[in-house]
Design a protein around this ligand. Sequence first.
Ligand code: B12
Ligand code: SF4
Ligand code: SF4
Length: 403
Amino acid sequence: MVPHTDRSPEPTRPAPAASGLKASLIVRARAEGFDAVRVTGPDAIPAAPERLRSFLDSGFQGSMAWMAERAEQRGDPRILWPDVRSIVMLGLNYGPGSDPRLGLEDRAGGLISAYAQGDDYHDVVKKKLKSLGRWLGETTGQALKVFVDTAPVMEKPLAAAAGLGWQGKHTNLVSREFGSWLFLGAIFSAAAIEPDGPERDHCGSCRACLDACPTAAFPAPYRLDARRCISYLTIENKGPIPRRFRAAIGNRIYGCDDCLAACPWNKFAQTAREQRLAARAELRQPRLLDLARLDDAGFRALFARNPVKRIGRDRFMRNVLVALGNGGDGAAVPAVERLLRDPSPLVRGAAIWALSRLAPERLAAASALAVDETDGEVRTEWCEAGIDFQGNAANLSHSDGLP
Ligand code: B12
Ligand code: SF4
Ligand code: SF4
């Protein structure tokens, strides 16, 4: 959660007039490969601190404690960096080229969300930001900082204030040119750069994204309860996935695109031109059975330079097991049975649930493992699967629906 770069270049030459600087900035940003660039001021999101406070007070951040830790800085760029005078907001198109929801029907394959099928966007965007920042610093002689995702910066309201798009009812930035598929990055500069105006909200009476959510994660338009969002549950959440969400997760093994994909503004979307963001063939919809066989080395090799690597093999295997439990593929039973003995409690617990769905009689046959289990959460999984600690199958019927 620290700014990625803190550049304070020496003044080299006087800054050009604002309009000349702005025009050059746009040309340079496009040459770096950014698809959208606009500028706003540090005082442009006055409603953000209160809205962030309301999000945190509602507990919507779940276990993402870092969201509350630097909330004052997050809500106000001037608290994060008092010298900031202009904020350059950049967008990089990662348009997937086809509707990611098409993969939901192929239950034997795991769905990785569109943003995570190529190289890690943090690296791709950061490299471009640093290069553009180097030019801007040299041109203006002013200090700057570049941010993508991980710093306490509210990138979506800033991008909306700069006019890159508007925050849709799913809370993400929607662009009239690129639909739902822009990554965002920011350059905070101590130089004065002519600001652009905000984009107005074009959602109207539409509620397609709200209705598309499989876990009912929107308590109201423009408000997301992250604790219910599959993106949070499969990526940020470090523990077992709460039982009531498992069935709704289907075959999504990393993130979710449903609310983004449902947006009618995607009819103007374009396929990403940045090749490093293009989906790797092996990550388009990998077979769940192959994934269930990955050890740590295999996991690292498959997801080298890819965002999935961030969550580690055990959390990823938890997700794969939930998808296997939902898939109903009997051929997966031996692989799932093997994972009942995995060294990771997170994996053992998810394997119990998956086997209870795929072959409850095989779980009952393995119930001796329950007697030796020492981890509290795994013991809970055995109990909830209807196995008692004498190793008896008490009641193998259960309900996993949403409340
Ligand atoms: C935390 C986080 C998450 C969390 C929480 C998401 C959330 N909506 O807050 C989780 C893990 C769930 C998540 C999921 C995803 N994320 Co995320 N995430 C972030 C992060 C780090 C911070 C977001 C934040 O500040 N949230 C706090 C809340 C309070 O802020 P907010 O969402 O802007 O809330 C606004 C609304 O509530 C609104 N509001 C409230 N009331 C009202 C009323 C009206 C009338 C209006 C207009 C607005 C309004 O105002 C608030 C302030 O602007 C940003 C990067 C960053 N540093 O900004 C990436 C970021 C938002 N994520 C991103 C992406 C791509 C995703 C996923 C699509 C990934 C995936 N495919 O799985 C999903 C989308 C889920 C969704 N529907 O939001 C991109 C979004 C790009 C874009 N075009 O918007 C970002 C910007 C990363 C990046 N650099 O590109 N993410
Ligand atoms: S990403 Fe998926 S689970 Fe999260 S809010 Fe959107 S549709 Fe719902
Ligand atoms: S789906 Fe409809 S409501 Fe949701 S962001 Fe798009 S236009 Fe707005």
